[in-house]
Design a protein around this ligand. Structure first.
Ligand SMILES: O=C(O)CCC(=O)C(=O)O
Ligand SMILES: [Fe+2]
Length: 349
């Protein structure tokens, strides 16, 4: 049975977190972990035939206890389920190689348990996709500190707080919150040296409840332009801003709001909008749930129900730095077919 356990988690700096069930935790019993690991070991490399591998992962994960499996499926399919779920005690690779200092992928990783955990869980939520401007279109993203990017608002950073954001996708339609992933799966292969890197999630339901009504109304107005992700502006625009059309940051029904924030900068169009934006980051910090990810732990993140952030930590670039793997997951590939590349039906511009 799952409980809304908060003991291994930190709360944000404030005291305004309402008691809603926007965070959940799943603990795998040891025998379930071991059976999953044994099943995944039979699949091998996922990248030679990804659709065959996804099918095999589904068969392996179908062996989870019904209650646990349903909780993961419900996370992906229902509007009223938590925005974030931490899964504990997943199988890990027997001998993890060095953390790649160039941000990955590792050329010497010879077992694929982590990839199986990541892609198998992703397949329970939807379909993993690649984006050509993010990690060269790969389906498995390595999230590793990179010295050249240590102070950037990207997943290469470590020395600066990565502000509350959604993972968005630059799109010529002018909206960056349409073709972006519905879910992120974040899997920890190696913690940071000091074990202090925190990953935080603020649910838009909690955020909305904690905001003053007038500030919420401003955030629900199309007074904000999102800057494209740092990976896009770096590669395609020499780090110049590439702004979206004006959008609201919070939208949809009051009961089930959607939130979007770009990590690489939001341009507020009025001074009132700027004040609301500043307040929004503070409120996210106050209502957020956080975890110091450890090997064998995975965070399922709904990229529409809430926003996530990462604390600072110290990278040493010594092969033992923090190493996460991440997927971008779409519930439905049909709606983003206008962006598909000729090379792969899972990779989009
Ligand atoms: O490093 C983390 O914990 C999260 C980084 C992040 O925002 C991401 O990978 O999308
Ligand atoms: Fe992110």
């Amino acid at each position: 049975m799952t409980t809304f356990v908060e003991s291994p988690l930190e709360t944000g700096s404030g005291d305004s977190r309402p008691a809603t069930a926007t965070f959940a935790e799943i603990n795998l019993p040891d025998e379930v972990r071991d059976a999953l690991g044994a099943g995944l070991a039979t699949v091998g490399r996922p990248d030679t035939d990804i659709d065959r591998a996804m099918t095999r992962y589904l068969q392996v994960f179908a062996g989870l206890p019904t209650e646990l499996l349903q909780q993961i499926l419900d996370f992906g399919r229902h509007i009223d389920t938590p925005g974030v779920t931490l899964i504990n005690n997943l199988p890990v690779d027997p001998d993890l190689p060095s953390t790649p200092v160039d941000g990955g992928p590792s050329g010497v990783k010879e077992t694929f348990i982590a990839e199986g955990v990541l892609l198998g869980l992703s397949g329970l939520l939807g379909e993993p996709i690649g984006v050509t401007t993010e990690k060269a279109g790969q389906l498995v993203h390595d999230v590793i500190p990179v010295s050249g990017g240590s102070r950037t608002q990207t997943n290469q950073g470590s020395e600066v707080f990565l502000n509350f954001h959604s993972d968005i996708t630059h799109d010529v339609i002018g909206r960056y919150d349409v073709a972006n992933p519905d879910f992120l799966v974040l899997s920890c292969l190696r913690a940071d040296h000091e074990g202090v890197a925190g990953t935080y999630y603020a649910d838009a339901r909690d955020v909305s409840a904690a905001l003053a009504p007038d500030v919420l109304e401003v955030l629900r107005s199309p007074l904000f332009r999102l800057n494209a992700p740092g990976s896009y502006t770096r590669d395609a625009a020499a780090d110049a801003e590439v702004l979206s059309d004006p959008v609201p940051l919070i939208s949809g029904t009051r009961e089930y709001p959607e939130i979007v924030i770009s990590a690489n900068g939001v341009r507020a169009l009025t001074s009132g909008a700027q004040a609301a934006l500043d307040r929004l980051q503070d409120v996210c910090g106050a209502v957020a749930h956080g975890v110091h990810l450890r090997p064998g732990q995975v965070l399922l993140i709904n990229n529409r129900k809430g926003v996530h952030a990462r604390s600072t930590f110290t990278a040493r670039y010594d092969g033992l730095d923090r190493w996460l793997q991440r997927t971008y997951v779409r519930r439905n590939l049909w709606d983003i077919r206008y962006r598909v590349t000729p090379e792969s039906r899972r990779v989009h511009y």
